[in-house]
Each structure stands twice: as structure tokens, then as C-alpha cells.
Design a protein. Sequence first.
Length: 180
Amino acid sequence: MGSLFEELEAREAAARTRVESLEAELAEVSGKLGAAREGLERLRIARETVAEVLAEMTPQGSAVPVESREASAGEGVAAAYAGAERRVIGVLTVPNWQPGMGADVLPSVYRDIVEVVADAPGPVRAKQIVPRIGLPAETGKIEGTRSKLKRLVERGWLDEDAPGLFTPARRRTGSSSNSR
């Protein structure tokens, strides 16, 4: 019978090793689960905070999309940000150009850029605009300004005749205007 007890002890040792291995895996997975739960909680809090901020915003200047300005103040904000608890809605700071719109609806830095481009004798590059709007001619400032120029082109305020060369927008008539 000695061999039967030895076999049982061997099986018990193997089972103990397997249990210890599974417990170690469980501890690792539990740690990963805890980290994932923490990340999920941070995202939930961020979403709720953004929804609260958006719900509290009032229509001032161009911070609220054009569509919501047409409604009454309270209803416009509520309509513009309805469902913010489910999805993030960006705030449109540079509206699409529409007939009758002046540069005064743009945020000040964008307005300055449009004015510099309009005053230039020909097409201008971002590195030429940066010092004229009061920024140091550093790579980061030039790239940021280039990004703003591209946004102004996308929204119909400026044209980009050749890559990197910006001019005031030549307004198109009919349905082809601002179809980018």
C-alpha cells in the first residue's frame, strides 16, 4: 500500500502546485482588473465633468455653434449640448463662413490672422504671419499658426492657392461654396 500513498501524495503535490499557479494568475488578473476599473472610473468622471461644463456654458461670442444662437439662450445651449452625457460635443470656435459674416465673429487670434492675410500684397506663409500677430518666430508657434490657417481654409475664410500659401477667400456663389 505504500505505493498508493506515494501516488496520492504526488497527486496532492501536483494539485497544490496547480492551485498556487492559478492563485498567482488570479492575483495578476485581479491587479489588471483593478487598473482597468480605475481607468474606467477616471473616464466616467471626465465625461461627467465635460457634460457639466457644457451644460453650464452660456452663448457668448462664437463659443456656441451658430445653430444654437438662433434659439433662445437657455434652449439653445440645451439643444446644442443635448446628450452630452453620452457623447462629447466639440465647441465650434471657428464657424463656417456664410454670406454676411464678418471677421468679428472669429476668436481674436483667428481674426488677427485673417486681417494679416487680407492686408498682405500677395499669398503669405505661416512663418510670415507669426511675427505680424505678435508671436515669436519659433517652430511651435509657426506650426500652430499653420494649423489655424488650415482651419480657416476648411471653414471658407481663406484660400490656400498652393501648399503653404494663403490668400483671402475668393467667395464662390451657388452650391459649390465651401463644399470642402
